[in-house]
Ligand binder design. Structure first.
Ligand code: NM2
Ligand code: OGA
Ligand code: ZN
Length: 392
């Protein structure tokens, strides 16, 4: 365990600078430390939720004294309250925010947990067996971690029964019910409410950009697929955005700063609309989401006249990149197989099909927050088990 070697109080008690045994240092503000004090009057011991309001922290909060104990505890005395609080060295390390400027902070950056990919993923597309993931927490943890890293994964060995897709969602989270149902049939229909319910080819897309918030996970499972065609394709839009940013910075700028409109009215019983950028960045420039769907981009009504052409130029450029063969991973789903995509990131499409044979897929939506939560709990359990083994 990484211990603390030193602590200095910053001028005026504004905060502290902490040094760990490996030589790394980080500063913490007095107000931040006080707001995050782990004592039972500040944080509920039962659930970790904060019991105080920000106004309960004195405006002139300062560090009166700071001392390291036993290498692993930092004791702080806060003025004017004269409150004594102990912080844990590992906790401070995990939550430090005083980092040197990292290499990639240009708008469109992604965190270390995101690995952008192209056709090379074809040979190593993450996959797990449903039966295995259902009884083995390690297998489930690996599969969920792959979804976090690559935004896509396959599952095999599914029960060949209608609705089995729901059991996959139950492994990690909750179904997102929509106007399409708890889950939905994807097959050729006579009066299709959506072009997905035809044999037409579908350009790669994210689903339901006309919803706000969008469903952040989509699953598609296969019950029958004996037609000619109907192959699936997935493309990492975050990779496409990275290429766009390099090749056409003005296109990246237009798509990330102008509001697009997305719509779906089906046969008239719903009227869904959203107004969002095609490339969504966070306040610190992090690439958060892509909404890409040729069928559902509405009439654009919120882009200034003088910028409309720049938007369309950018959209065309992004679409061209999205269709590059070197970005595509393709496969033909077999009965008993499923794939899941992070619907804020990985686009999916299909080759058209017709003629003899049958094709029957089922789809469902769910959300990433539940998946990430399940994964974090499984990872914590795995770490604890490892530590217990070391001790035993
Ligand atoms: N379906 C399959 O987002 C879309 O409109 C794509 C969605 C109909 C639920 C198709
Ligand atoms: C969808 C979709 C692809 C397919 O249902 O959203 O994109 O392979 N389907 O049918
Ligand atoms: Zn789709």
């Amino acid at each position: 365990m990484l211990g603390l070697s030193n602590v200095k109080t910053l001028a005026g008690g504004k905060g502290v600078e902490v040094e760990w045994a490996n030589g790394s240092t980080a500063r913490f503000h007095a107000v931040w430390l006080r707001d995050n004090s782990p004592d039972p009057e500040t944080l509920s011991p039962g659930n970790g939720q904060r019991l105080i309001r920000i106004q309960d922290v004195p405006e002139d909060v300062a560090v009166k004294a700071a001392t390291v104990f036993d290498d692993v505890r930092l004791e702080i005395v806060f003025s004017p309250e004269d409150k004594v609080v102990t912080f844990d060295a590992a906790w401070l390390m995990e939550h430090r925010y005083d980092r040197p400027e990292t290499a990639d902070t240009a708008p469109g950056w992604t965190g270390v947990e995101v690995v952008r990919w192209g056709e090379e993923l074809q040979e190593k597309l993450p996959v797990a067996s449903f039966r295995e993931a259902n009884r083995n927490a390690d297998e489930l943890r690996r599969w969920l971690a792959d979804v976090r890293r690559y935004g896509v994964a396959k599952m095999t060995d599914m029960p060949l029964e209608s609705g089995a897709i729901c059991k996959v969602v139950e492994l990690f989270g909750y179904l997102r019910e929509t106007n399409y149902g708890r889950f939905f049939e994807v097959r050729t229909e006579v009066n299709p409410v959506n072009l997905a319910y035809t044999g037409l080819g579908l350009q790669v897309h994210t689903d339901n950009p006309y919803r706000d918030p969008v469903p952040t996970l989509q699953l598609l499972s296969c019950l029958e697929n004996s037609v000619d065609g109907g192959d699936s394709v997935v493309v990492d839009s975050f990779k496409a955005v990275e290429l766009l940013r390099g090749e056409a910075p003005e296109a990246f700028k237009a798509l990330s700063s102008l509001p697009a409109n997305y719509t779906y009215a089906g046969t008239g019983d719903v009227m869904l609309r959203s107004k969002r950028p095609m490339i969504e960045l966070g306040p610190d420039g992090e690439l958060l989401a892509v909404r890409f769907n040729n069928r559902s981009l509405g009439p654009l009504t919120d882009i200034p006249f003088d910028q409309m052409e720049a938007f369309y130029d950018g959209y065309r450029k992004l679409a061209e990149i999205m269709e590059r063969p070197e970005l595509a991973v393709t496969f033909k789903l077999q009965p008993g197989e499923l794939f899941i995509v992070d619907n804020t990131r990985v686009t999916h499409g299909r080759v058209g099909y017709e003629g003899s044979g049958s094709r029957w897929l089922q789809g469902a939506y769910a959300d990433l927050d539940g998946l990430r939560s399940t994964l974090a709990v499984l990872e914590q359990q795995a770490t604890q088990e490892e530590q217990n083994e070391v001790v035993a």
